[in-house]
Design a protein around this ligand. Structure first.
Ligand code: FES
Length: 235
């Protein structure tokens, strides 16, 4: 049997959150954490969590698994528990818990909105799509793949300390994605909007973001590049 410790909190019934003990059959060792959650919810339909695609694409089942943020649907249980025999599942840290493993991501998406996550280009629309050279298109690699699961931002101490002022690694990686897009004409405006002590520069290079990104992206490096872009424009 595999032991499970799972965070539970129902604001209408519980005065404080608690860790609930459960067990999983041995055969779950080779399966994903989301499979465990589905199994446990079949036993107890009050268990709340988000999930949708089950393929590591939608980003809705980000949670803290044995101390590290990950997507439950693509995290093997054997890998999560290592040599321990206990699977520990908590909600994403640093975000208010709505219920059980469901957190309030309002602030996370407000930060995303501030970077204007769309191509800005007021030039007359061409008769065909706006083309890019292969070299320009390549600049977007490692950036466009972000699925907004919030694993990186939620594991970032700089964001915990300044959640309303520091945009966090996910929004900043997305910002770079549009700053380097050859079709976008708002590069200067985008960079200027980050020129304050908090939005971008509150990153302390801790690197948790890169450590946890389930898509293998490197938000810490993206933040460094964004700073360089800003420096280049202001000198
Ligand atoms: Fe969509 Fe896991 S359920 S990323």
């Amino acid at each position: 049997m595999i032991n499970v410790q799972i965070y539970r909190y129902h604001p209408e019934h519980d005065t404080t959150p608690y860790m609930q003990s459960k067990t999983l059959p041995e055969e779950f060792r080779s399966r994903m954490v989301l499979d465990a959650l589905e199994y446990l919810r079949a036993e107890d339909s009050t268990l709340a969590y988000r999930r949708s695609c089950r393929e590591g694409v939608c980003g809705s089942d980000g949670m803290n698994i044995n101390g590290k943020n990950w997507l439950a649907c693509i995290k093997p249980i054997a890998e999560a528990i290592g040599t321990t025999n206990t699977l520990i599942i908590r909600p994403l840290p640093g975000m208010p818990v709505i219920r059980d493993l469901v957190v309030d991501q309002t602030l996370f998406f407000e930060h995303y909105q501030t970077i204007k996550p769309w191509v800005i280009n007021d030039e007359p629309a061409p008769t065909i799509e706006r083309l890019q050279s292969p070299e320009d298109r390549k600049l977007l690699d490692g950036l466009y793949e972000c699925i907004l699961c919030a694993c990186c931002t939620s594991q970032c101490p700089s964001w915990w300390w300044n959640p309303t002022k520091y945009l966090g690694p996910s929004a900043l990686l997305q910002s770079l994605r549009f700053v380097v897009d050859s079709r976008d004409t708002a590069r200067m405006e985008r960079l200027k909007s980050l020129e304050d002590p908090f939005s971008l520069f509150r990153c302390r290079g801790i690197g948790n973001c890169t450590w946890v990104c389930p898509k293998g992206l490197n938000p810490m490096e993206a933040i460094g590049k964004l700073r360089l872009e800003l420096l280049r424009e202001s000198t």
